[in-house]
Structures are given as structure tokens and as C-alpha cells.
Design a protein around this ligand. Sequence first.
Ligand code: C2E
Ligand code: CA
Ligand code: CA
Ligand code: CA
Length: 279
Amino acid sequence: AKTAGRNVVKLYDETMSNQAIASVTMAANLKTAIDRHEFSLYFQPKIDLDTGKIKGAEALLRWFPEGGDPVPPDQFIPVAESTGMIVEIGEWVIREACLQCKRIHELGSPDFAVAVNISAVQFKRGNLEHIVLDALYVSGLESKYLELELTESLLLEDEYDIKGQISRLAAKGLTFSLDDFGKGYSNLGNLSKFDIATLKIDQSFVFAMFDTTQDSALVEAIVRMGKSLGLKIVAEGVETQRAANILGLLGVDFGQGYYWSKPLPVDDFICYAGIGKEA
Ligand code: C2E
Ligand code: CA
Ligand code: CA
Ligand code: CA
């Protein structure tokens, strides 16, 4: 680090500048990652807790830079968002998810639904409606099999007509779920104004369920309030049979987590799910 002299403001320290360099480098690499086919879409099953059957999958993005280590989404998505590149990357995700879901239908699982994570940036400057409808058209996937996962902060945005964007897509048959529920400025009252069908309880609440009794009461309260608004409830981060059982008893409709499967490459997922094997 620079030694700050008298009356001289210390402009940077090494850690900050290394971080800045890392994120500029990452941004540059991200720019070419689509063209180089370095992204891959993984599927993680969503399980109906009543029947134990697979209802669909959440599509999760993976980045395998050529000649480098895989970069976790928690690291590159924020960079993709701040640079706006999430619009183009997200478009690829939506298209790929629709194509793979349609393929799963054709393999003999016609009720299978896919859920895609959508960043707030895609709503703000992504021409999202057009991209989604185009991906459905190109893939031939019926709109009701595409679910979009949103985060709570998006619903607090008062510009960009978020409510209108959601309701126009909902009118076309798409479904919406609220991701990471409980982590943010949870306001269930506000929720009823939006065309949202499902609440996803954040995994931190599912993990905490086993720490104290109070935390299980929290999950219970979320379920009760969600149900009173007519919402379906999904729990993420289900790692054990015990968690799956308890969540089912609390009235949670669907579960997702390592107990069933971690996110898998789509071909492995198809194999895991036994898709195409039933007929
Ligand atoms: P998320 O939407 O909350 O996704 C759930 C995360 O929990 C995933 O992490 C998943 O792999 C992980 N997970 C699933 N089951 C378990 C479990 O039983 N235990 C534990 N400990 N973790 C579990 P992942 O794939 O690393 O993704 C992290 C985040 O990156 C996602 O969180 C989402 O916010 C974002 N993300 C991933 N793909 C996309 C994408 O295509 N677009 C956008 N905008 N964001 C994405
Ligand atoms: Ca999600
Ligand atoms: Ca989460
Ligand atoms: Ca149930």
C-alpha cells in the first residue's frame, strides 16, 4: 500500500485495489463467456412433498471459464448485474431453460416445469417481456411451464412498472415465485398486489429450524400467512429426510435441496429423474 504522507489522503489500500482489479478482470472474461460457450445450465429437482414426485426443476447457472476454475454464481452474478451483462447472460439462461424443459416434455414428462432466476436488472433494462415470449415461441414450450423467480427487493421498486411487467406475463400464463423469502424486507401485505403464485422460504430458515423451536415457529408462520394469501410454498435447502418430513407436516408444498439432489447438468438430471424411462 502507498504510504500516506502528511496532508495526503490515502487513496487506496491493496485489498480494495485487488478486489477492483479482480472484478474488472471478471467483467472482461464474462463478456466473452457466452461466445465461448463457457456457461452451463444445471437443474435441481423440486419435489412435491405429498407425493415425493418431481414437479420440475430450478435452473441454476454455472460458469466454467476456459483454463480456469469454475466461478460460483454468488461471485459472478453481482458483476454481471453491475455491468448490465446479466441481460444478455439471462437471455441465454431463459432460452436454454425453455429448450431443455421442452426436451424433457418430449422425452415423456409433459407436466415438467422449469424455474429461472431473474435479476432486477433484467426487469429494469432487459426488455424482459419480449425475451421471455420469444424464448417460449422458439422452444415451443407452453408458458405455464415457465416459472420466474424474483427477489423481494424488486417488488419495492417503484419505477419501471414492475407490477405491470409481472401481470402482463402472468396474463400470458407464466407463473412467478418470490425467492429467498424472509431474508429481505418481507412484507406479505404488499405481496398480494402482485401476481405471485409461490413463496420460496429461504434456506437459512430451513437450516435454523433445527437450532431452536422459535425458528420452526417462524417457518410455520410464513406458511400460514402464505397460505392465507393463496400462495404455494416451497422450501429450499432441504438437506435431510427429517427436514423434508417436518416441512411437509408444516404444510410446505414443495421441497428443494441436497437431500434429493444437488443441481446437476441437464443430461445427468434427466437420468436422475428417470425421465424417458417410464414408458
Ligand atoms: P438461489 O436462487 O437462492 O438458489 C439456491 C442456491 O442454493 C443454489 O446455489 C443451490 O445450488 C443451493 N442449494 C440447493 N440446495 C441446497 C441445499 O440443500 N443446501 C445448500 N447449502 N445449498 C443448496 P447456487 O447454484 O450456487 O446459486 C446461488 C445464487 O446465484 C442463487 O441463489 C441465485 O440467486 C443466483 N443464480 C444462480 N443462477 C442464476 C441465474 O441464472 N440468474 C440469476 N439472476 N441468478 C442466478
Ligand atoms: Ca432461486
Ligand atoms: Ca436462496
Ligand atoms: Ca402438503
